[in-house]
Design a protein around this ligand. Structure first.
Ligand SMILES: NC(=O)C1=CN([C@@H]2O[C@H](COP(=O)(O)OP(=O)(O)OC[C@H]3O[C@@H](n4cnc5c(N)ncnc54)[C@H](OP(=O)(O)O)[C@@H]3O)[C@@H](O)[C@H]2O)C=CC1
Ligand SMILES: O=C(O)CCC(=O)C(=O)O
Ligand SMILES: [Mg+2]
Length: 739
């Protein structure tokens, strides 16, 4: 029997799965395809890490490790939904919830003091930040808007805020002392084992990473961000922002750059509240407050203090605000600012949202204002300013006419920043940070750092680069679209990549293809000139720009990146099919719990399933699977045309209603086709039944809405209760069961 693994993740996609998966299982079963679920939610990953703290019945397998192994199997066929990349706050909340449910997990040690606590902290660290995607993404990324989706967006454009030429909104980044400024890079001449060490001023060395095995032809980079330069930058930009009277907003990606960016975030918070931190710093340290995890953790911790002291601290914090710019808000109705949590404002989603709104963000009064978008690291920040310049000059983009920008992204085998987490350090002392060959003692790269600087090493293996070039050429050929490699010759790492790209392009037939290499700002300008004229351009980028561009363009073109096709052709031959390019939409869970309406759009799941079935049909020679895939493709298009995607409004069709329509259209298409008479016979009665009962089922699904529901948990909801909530129509459930 052919097999698809469908991941269970978190938040809105996990809820949607409860409604959609029974439909998928029933339909695919007719083609001899089994769909197994693999739970890789934060809760499951935490539980898998601590079996010795749990009873026999409570233990769960390490599904993520198992899936990681499966990616090496040429038969792998995995559908991966978005999952939470947890901040410390989220992880602690998950642990607390699990403990309250009787799982005797250890507390999360904020500041480990003993060896045991150190060990626990390390183990919890495995569930922090972006820890699922780098394990599963054993291939490069192919993300694009399918034709039907793009055509739909052209006919039914989403709203766009207006860009004014006099908008004060701009991007601020460092000009020196950042990772871009201090980067060094080299391509290895042979396989080597290296160590990362800090040569201290007293002549002793501190080994930070004793052994890193590197392959021949691998590209490695060493870079650092100066704490001093960063603090000066913040001070200058906060003052500039206050004078300009616009909102200050900090855009980092603390989930993906999970070691470096929380530190960068923490410095911004401490600079903003400098006076209060000077006065209460010692007490904050005593309380174990670490604002790298956001102000929410500070407000939480000071609750332990006597009321008078707590009030004094709050007063002092508020007093700082008088001399500082107003902060952009995440939720103005709840007083949640940009500094609340490092994972609330994530570059890939937050910058496009701001650009889509005509360069505005929310102020504390619930109104929208121009802002200073602060992205300290300049490496990729400049592309956004280029887009802002373009919008100010040409006006906002028009979704009815604009071209599309698919992406081919380098990310396999933990390429670039994905692999840097265990090689990123906050320097404890001044000294020379260096990479040394363990066997020969050669110093491969070195740079002087000061106490508090963040320094890191990234690695990019050669095989993924070759695969990336191949994928870019394939996409250019298949879609007859020009490709631009966004590579900056002034950046040492990318200069190494340029050499490789030029070399590996020769391995392919590029006759008649339009392939260029441009620095990022030029690439952005070139692409935008084309976008505005309705022309399409593939962006071939490194890992970070893969992330940034695959939210940026879809959000402008389609309103959301949830409608993207996101395929990862695994290097070993299997397929990983991701569902959209966005995240797990925490706000949607809130609406479900309060009003029993889930506005999550499963279009990404529909597209991924189609691709997965098609891949399986080819790999397993399963003709029925191909018939299912073709029918699903048509059903998805019908769903778009008939406007059966979830509405944002309670009482109108939501995720569940949308799943009903998909099932009905899918059955109709299977009943209408003549390639497989068995499937035709099986699905004709179902299609008729669903058509007959359509109004009654939709009424049942919509009538269930409007009241709050309790699914008894956030990270580990009661599966039975949640399933009841997500499958409220008995007649629909019975129809599906009857297949
Ligand atoms: N592949 C992955 O596993 C990814 C995981 N993440 C993780 O997801 C979490 C949340 O990330 P965040 O930055 O808030 O971004 P999200 O993409 O989750 O949410 C941003 C907004 O996008 C809209 N949206 C996203 N997906 C859908 C959908 N399927 N249907 C309808 N609307 C959608 C929603 O807008 P509205 O509220 O207006 O309806 C939502 O509020 C984090 O933990 C992050 O690390 C993030 C990106 C990718
Ligand atoms: O891995 C993550 O944390 C998020 C990844 C992401 O945003 C993406 O793949 O677009
Ligand atoms: Mg992203």
């Amino acid at each position: 029997m052919s097999k698809i693994i469908y991941t269970k993740t978190d938040e809105a996609p996990a809820l949607a799965t409860l409604s959609f998966l029974p439909i998928v299982k029933a339909f695919t079963n007719t083609a001899g395809v089994s769909v197994d679920i693999s739970d890789i939610s934060v809760a499951a990953r935490v539980l898998a890490e601590f079996p010795e703290y749990l009873t026999e019945e409570q233990r769960v397998p390490d599904n993520l490790a198992e899936l990681g192994r499966l990616t090496q199997d040429p038969n792998a066929n995995i559908i991966k939904l978005p999952n939470i990349s947890a901040s410390v706050q989220q992880l602690k909340a998950a642990i607390k919830e699990l403990q309250s449910k009787g799982y005797a997990l250890p507390d999360f040690p904020d500041e480990p003091k003993t060896e045991e606590e150190e060990n626990i902290r390390k183990r919890y660290g495995k569930a922090l930040g972006s820890s699922v995607n780098p394990v599963l993404r054993e291939g490069n990324s192919d993300r694009r808007a399918p034709k039907a989706v793009k055509n739909y967006a052209r006919k039914h454009p989403h709203s766009m805020g207006e860009w004014k030429q006099w908008s004060s909104t701009h991007v601020s980044h460092m000009h020196s002392g950042d990772f871009y400024d201090g980067e060094q890079s080299m391509t290895l001449d042979k396989a080597r084992t290296v160590r990362m060490e800090l040569l201290l001023e007293d002549g002793t060395t501190k080994v930070l990473k004793p052994e890193i095995a590197l392959l021949d032809k691998e590209v490695i980079d060493l870079m650092f961000m100066s704490k001093k330069a960063l603090l000066e930058f913040y001070e200058r930009e906060m003052e500039d922002c206050r004078e300009a009277g616009i909102l200050f907003s900090l855009h980092v990606k603390a989930t993906m750059m999970k070691v470096s960016h929380p530190i960068v975030f923490g410095h911004a918070v401490r600079t903003y509240y400098k006076d209060a931190f000077q006065k209460h710093g010692a007490l904050f340290d005593e309380l174990g407050i670490n604002v790298n995890n956001g102000m929410a953790s500070l407000y939480d911790k000071i609750k332990e203090l006597p009321t008078s002291l707590q009030e004094e601290i709050e007063r002092d914090l508020h007093a700082c605000q008088v001399h500082r710019p107003r902060l952009a808000m995440v939720d103005s109705s709840k007083g949640i600012t940009n500094f609340h949590s490092p994972s609330d404002v994530i570059v890939d989603a937050s910058m496009p949202a701001m650009i889509r709104s005509g360069g505005k963000m929310w102020g504390a009064d619930g109104k929208m204002y121009d802002c200073k978008a602060v992205m300290p690291e300049s490496t990729f920040a400049r592309i956004y300013q280029e887009m802002i310049n373009f919008c100010k000059w040409h006006g906002n983009f028009d979704p009815t006419t604009m071209g599309t920008v698919p992406n081919v992204g380098l990310m396999a085998q933990k390429a670039e920043e994905y692999g840097s987490h265990d090689k990123t350090f906050e320097s404890s002392d001044a000294g020379i940070a260096r990479i040394v060959d363990v066997d020969t003692g050669e110093v491969l790269m070195e740079q002087a750092v000061e106490k508090g600087d963040i320094w890191r090493m990234c690695q990019t293996k050669d095989a993924p680069i070759q695969d990336w070039v191949k994928l870019a050429v394939r996409r250019a050929r298949e879609s007859d679209t020009p490709v631009v490699f966004w590579l900056d010759p002034y950046r040492p790492h990318e200069n190494e990549l340029i050499k490789k790209v030029k070399m590996y392009l020769k391995d392919h037939d590029t006759d008649g293809l339009h392939i260029e290499i441009m620095s990022q700002v030029r690439a952005m300008r070139y692409t935008l000139e084309r976008v505005a004229r309705g022309l399409d351009t593939i962006s071939a980028t490194g890992n970070i720009l893969r992330d940034y561009l695959t939210d940026l363009f879809p959000i402008l073109e389609l309103g959301t990146s949830a409608k993207m096709l996101s395929v990862v052709p695994l290097m070993k031959g299997g397929g990983l099919f991701e569902t959209g390019a966005g995240g797990s939409a925490p706000k949607h869970v809130e609406q479900l719990v309060e009003e029993n309406h889930l506005r999550w759009d499963s279009l990404g799941e529909f597209l991924a399933l189609t691709e997965s079935l098609e891949h399986l049909a080819k790999n397993d020679n399963n003709a029925k699977a191909q018939v299912l895939a073709d029918a699903l493709d048509k059903a998805t298009e019908k769903l778009l045309i008939n406007n059966k995607s979830p509405s944002r409004k309670t009482g109108e069709i939501d995720n569940r209603g949308s799943h009903f329509y998909l099932a009905m259209y899918w059955a109709e298409e299977l009943a209408a086709q003549d390639k497989d008479s068995e499937l035709k016979a099986q699905f004709t009665p179902l299609a008729e039944q669903l058509q007959r009962d359509e109004a009654a089922i939709i009424k049942e699904l919509n009538d269930a809405q409007g009241k709050s529901v309790d699914i008894k948990g956030y990270y580990l909801a009661d599966e039975k209760l949640a399933e009841q909530v997500m499958r409220p129509s008995t007649s629909f459930n019975e129809a599906i069961a009857s297949l």
